[in-house]
Design a protein around this ligand. Structure first.
Ligand code: SF4
Length: 399
């Protein structure tokens, strides 16, 4: 049975190309962001804290911080990247320590509930499919009143709204994973610890939501399984992506990032882009000037009452004419529809409407045309390569 984790589904949603490299081509990135590195160290420290507690050992704060510091040094490697230029790895190390201290002081002596499992692997078979969902729960507790709690530690820098917590799918899926395992589960709390903010969020899921969630996940997995292309999807997350050297959208920036200024300006790609933009700007200026000049010529022709103006080697004939126009869909949809209905009812529509190839492609792509008809239409299809260049300004964080 093929397995899907929450991070696997999330990777596809964030960037299909990254998903392909990681989960289909199975390429391991050489780098990891410092935030993820710090998150792992905090997670393993909290795991140790609760393991000590389970072993009847009173967890001590200085021991916890020592454990964190030692692992930080032992596991730190050259591929850990600090993306935010104003901060160093020591800043992040300190943030991790603060997270642990805050958590320790808030919950000591950690007797809010009994810990049942740590870093627990769960599996959820998904209905009518050959897939199952898998995940690892940071901690499962049970309170004295019998309520189970699924705990998740977060070291992220943004605090979610309660409404987002109430929509979160990851812990709801974990609930589906633990429910079949123990007979006394009737009530489950989902608990998030946003450690940087010393905040705890709680939420519950009802049966209908959980069943709908399974269907939603199956649908998403089928979308991934049947995907035909895995295009790069650029976002702020690219800065933390370990595949920039392989990604068509980031490879060039990666290649030139460390070039000294002289070599950068002479690099072939950089030169081509700079020249292209230079010409585009010149063209824009010329077009603006041409437009102003045309206005001046029309005004001159009207003022002088002439329709031909002579220059040194050329002459210009000026034609000013008027022709009727009818509403277009983009300008006035209501009037356009009225007109179309009139033309259709008068039997003129066929004569004046134009075949729209783009619309046909869209109907075929979204499977809105019956298969037999679609197959017949496809016999007329010819694949034509279009080339387009879209300039955009580099954002500060990309330069
Ligand atoms: S750099 Fe950005 S666009 Fe490229 S693979 Fe990574 S996340 Fe996707």
């Amino acid at each position: 049975m093929k397995t899907y984790s929450y991070s696997r589904i999330g990777a596809y949603e964030n960037c299909p190309f990254q998903f392909k490299l990681r989960y289909i081509d199975r390429i391991k990135p050489d780098t990891e962001g410092i935030e993820a590195f710090m998150g792992s160290r905090v997670h393993e420290s909290l795991e140790k804290l609760y393991r000590d507690k389970m072993m009847a050992k009173d967890p001590q704060l200085d021991e916890l911080i020592d454990f964190y510091d030692v692992n930080w040094e032992k596991k730190f490697h050259d591929g850990v990247l600090v993306i935010r230029k104003d901060y160093t790895s020591d800043n992040y190390k300190e943030i991790g320590r603060n997270c642990l201290e805050g958590y320790y002081r808030r919950y000591y002596p950690f007797e809010q509930a009994k810990t049942i499992a740590l870093e627990m692997r769960i599996e959820v078979p998904l209905p009518d499919s050959e897939f199952k969902f898998i995940g690892f729960i940071d901690r499962v507790d049970q309170r004295e009143n019998g309520t189970y709690e699924i705990h998740d530690y977060k070291t992220s820098s943004t605090l979610p709204y309660q409404s987002e917590i109430d929509q979160d799918k990851q812990l709801a899926l974990y609930q589906l994973g633990i429910e079949p395992l123990w007979n006394d589960i009737s009530d489950v709390d989902l608990v998030w610890h946003y450690l940087k903010f010393d905040k705890e969020f709680r939420s519950k899921r009802n049966r209908i939501t959980l069943e709908m969630l399974k269907e939603e996940i199956v649908k998403k997995i089928y979308e991934i399984e049947t995907a035909e292309s895995f295009e790069p999807k650029e976002s702020a997350l690219c800065n933390w992506c370990g595949y920039q050297d392989l990604c068509p959208s980031k490879k060039h920036a990666f290649k030139v990032a460390d070039l000294p200024p002289d070599a950068f300006i002479e690099e072939d790609g950089v030169r081509l882009v700079n020249r292209f933009i230079e010409l585009k700007n010149q063209k824009k200026k010329l077009e603006e000037e041409e437009s102003r000049l045309k206005d001046a010529i029309y005004r001159y022709a009207l003022r002088e009452g002439v329709d031909v103006i002579n220059g040194s080697e050329y002459r210009l004939r000026i034609k000013i004419s008027k022709k009727p126009e009818y509403p277009s869909k983009s300008r006035d949809e209501e009037r356009y529809n009225e007109l179309v209905n009139l033309l259709k009812s008068s039997g003129i529509w066929e004569e004046v409407s134009v075949f729209n190839s783009n619309k046909l492609v869209k109907l075929l792509d979204t499977k809105q045309i019956d298969d037999t008809v679609a197959n017949s239409i496809k016999t007329f299809e010819e694949i034509v390569e279009y080339r387009r260049i879209y300039p955009s300004r580099l954002k500060d964080d990309e330069s």
